[in-house]
Design a protein around this ligand. Sequence first.
Ligand SMILES: Nc1ncnc2c1ncn2[C@@H]1O[C@H](COP(=O)(O)OP(=O)(O)OP(=O)(O)O)[C@@H](O)[C@H]1O
Ligand SMILES: [Mg+2]
Length: 250
Amino acid sequence: MTSSDSIRMEKLCYSIGGRKILENFDFLLERGVNRTILGVSGAGKTTILKLLLGLLNPDSGSVFLGDLCITGLSESSFMQQRKRIAIVFQGGALFDSMTVGENVGYRLFEEGRLSQAEITQVVIEKLSFVGVEAALNLYPAELSGGMKKRVAIARALAADPDYIFFDEPTTGLDPIGVFNICNLMQRLQTEGKTTLMVTHDLATAFATSQRFTFLHKACMLFEGNEEEMRASSIPEVQEFLAPTDSSLFV
Ligand SMILES: Nc1ncnc2c1ncn2[C@@H]1O[C@H](COP(=O)(O)OP(=O)(O)OP(=O)(O)O)[C@@H](O)[C@H]1O
Ligand SMILES: [Mg+2]
């Protein structure tokens, strides 16, 4: 394992409107180690993904994509490294005015490397992988929530990334939808993709990840595997794993 096979944050600080979201936050995502960042709503999970992708700039500290420190760089200067990562946004973020096929092929079309026939082939292949090829010519408004999430995953896969970030991929889905997304993530992992998920859904996290980071009050309170997390004596971790009646009313 070399540093070129990892994504890292070092001593990262980030505030919004004077409120600390992350303070001296160190984070490592190694290639091949599927990880989930857990934390309550509003803890800063989505913010971490945006910082890792260079969509937000930290107040201090650094983000490394492989060997390259991207902090303070323009997006064009880390385009090559950035292309290794795709993200499935919290709400799917599909373009409503485009068909499913156009959504999935959008990035390839923008890049201009492939012919339309080649793009169509990739689009159908990725839609088949996630099991919604029949939706090729539909618009997002015509899809169920679960289908939208699967199309968003197909779009993320179109550029053949090494890392895929998932922001709350199972929120709002019924149990079958949750099972399908977990199954998809596991298949991606066996195909060599490294997944990073942020969620507060423990069942999905334990079904799809080997390592867990628990974010609490701007800091990493815990890092480890499922067994270590369940055995942790940190009160906030235990409260997150098994909320008590009193914690629900805080
Ligand atoms: N553009 C913004 N302006 C002001 N506050 C913001 C902005 N974006 C995020 N925040 C605040 O920063 C904090 C972290 O937000 P973030 O979206 O990262 O949380 P999260 O852990 O992903 O939450 P959830 O589980 O609900 O998705 C929240 O308290 C949120 O209100
Ligand atoms: Mg979020």
